[in-house]
Design a protein around this ligand. Sequence first.
Ligand SMILES: Cc1cc2nc3c(=O)[nH]c(=O)nc-3n(C[C@H](O)[C@H](O)[C@H](O)COP(=O)(O)OP(=O)(O)OC[C@H]3O[C@@H](n4cnc5c(N)ncnc54)[C@H](O)[C@@H]3O)c2cc1C
Length: 543
Amino acid sequence: MPPESSHKIGGVSNTAEKPWSRKSPDGPWDVVVIGSGMGGMTCAALLSKLGRRVLMLEQHYVPGGFTHAFPRKGYVWDVGVHAIGEVTRHTLSGRLLHRLTDGRLRWASLGSVYEEFYFPGGFRIDFPDNPDQFRANLIEAFPDEEEAIDAFLLKVREVAGTMRSYLASRTFPRRLVGAVEWLIARDAQRFLEQNTAKELAALTDNPRLRTVLAAQWGYCGAPPSQSSFAVQALITRHFAHGGYYPEGGSPEIARQLCRTVAEAGGWTRILADVDQILIERGRAVGVRLTTGEEIRARRVVSAAGVGSTVRRLLPASETAKDWAEETHELEPGPAHVCLYLGFKGDIRKAGASGANKWFWGTWSSEEGVWDVSDPDNLEPCPVLYCSFPSLKDPRHDPGPEVKHTGEVVTFVPWQTFAKWSGTRSRRDRGEEYEALKRGIETSLLEQYLEHMPELRPMVDHVELSTPASTDYFVRPVAGSIYGLLPTPERFKSPWLRPRSPIKNLFFGGSDVAMVGVMGAMMGGALAAAAAEPVRALRFLRRL
Ligand SMILES: Cc1cc2nc3c(=O)[nH]c(=O)nc-3n(C[C@H](O)[C@H](O)[C@H](O)COP(=O)(O)OP(=O)(O)OC[C@H]3O[C@@H](n4cnc5c(N)ncnc54)[C@H](O)[C@@H]3O)c2cc1C
């Protein structure tokens, strides 16, 4: 059924429900954006609000990147959205998203407890939706550590306080950036270059408290020994007022942001696989698709990940340059497997809720990646991250069969799956892959049901995605869940900025800002601000 706002742009049908298609209207385009993840969509929507005509190109058959979802047998699962913080009007990011979607995107709280942690020995701690209760929960669990807990929370506030000027400093032209960063971003830079494990060790001798303070490191993909302290602290800050979920599910994000692009005369084109960024006389002038079609624009933004752009989308003349080689050396984050579950029955009675559950099988924060190289002899997984999307969405209708969804995520090494990179079908992947997948699926399901046994009779559908699936559908480097690993080294790189060293080529997405959906959003906004500084400043000031 065509919605009320259905009309045609350049012969392409524009509907509010599905503002994208395989075809695009004719140019000219002010900006071509490569990739329709959160970074690309935010950049495209912001540039659209600034009066630019934008074409967003997405290789997958749906937009959204890691915010897309997929259906099976009447169930729908999100691919990369379980909990998002800082979406309310009290935060800059929340106000920006509100403006970019004209208030159409609504968020549901995951509840007064948004996350539950279970550690060996029956230790449980809940992360609540307000900072005072968080402090109280930590002190109740570690009564002798009040001083260390307060010192940690103070540091978190200090880090957060430096971020706005840090992000602003990223948008300046390269020739000014050194001075600007020294003037307004050096405190942030100091925190970004600190290491989490070292900072936590300086705060407390209690190893269990250190583990709990970093228990959410799964949200950045780097364990404390590797991560930037600022990133770990920003995760705590991000969820200080709880976790949220988009009403209608994560595809609602793409629906609303792509609609903003379409309403300004732009478009989102799916199944548009960019082969190369066109560079002429040192400037980006457009892109060539794998079909050979060339699309020209005054500016190009790549929101396909800086690592992917440098490795896959630049001509050889550019990839040989020092900046590209240095960027190439930055390490990607870990890959993951996800068990997608369909249930029939009242899963709340079996202990499920809107809160995510982390079942840690170890007190070591360093053991987070599950070795799955031998599917016949799998050890227990170090951590299971479990989520019930249908219970988070107030618009979910379980229907007469009482259908609900669950997801179980854990990190695995990319190397085990690298040989299937670029393949899609069972035929391509062969029996070795199928056996590996079966082994992981069976083991993961059993481990999960040990924690939540009452769900067993309700399980109706089980499906596993592997890093080979991630590689095929979203194409991050090495199947990485979060793009580049957020280490102190990453934040020392002078190349991860929205302005690339190539004129008229900009980078957007999480690699140029922070990890996660809102990190990618800020990365997209930075790319738009770098491309259109005057208009963007005027827009952002009014938020
Ligand atoms: C299992 C999982 C759970 C997660 N849970 C959370 C969570 O609860 N909260 C949270 O904040 N974050 C979470 N994340 C992380 C979050 O989803 C991502 O960090 C964020 O969405 C990344 O956005 P992005 O725009 O930087 O990149 P992406 O979403 O990766 O977008 C890049 C886009 O570029 C496209 N592309 C690549 N190459 C080309 C090409 N050649 N031509 C055209 N298009 C191309 C890709 O198809 C993709 O659409 C999770 C991620 C995963 C995988």
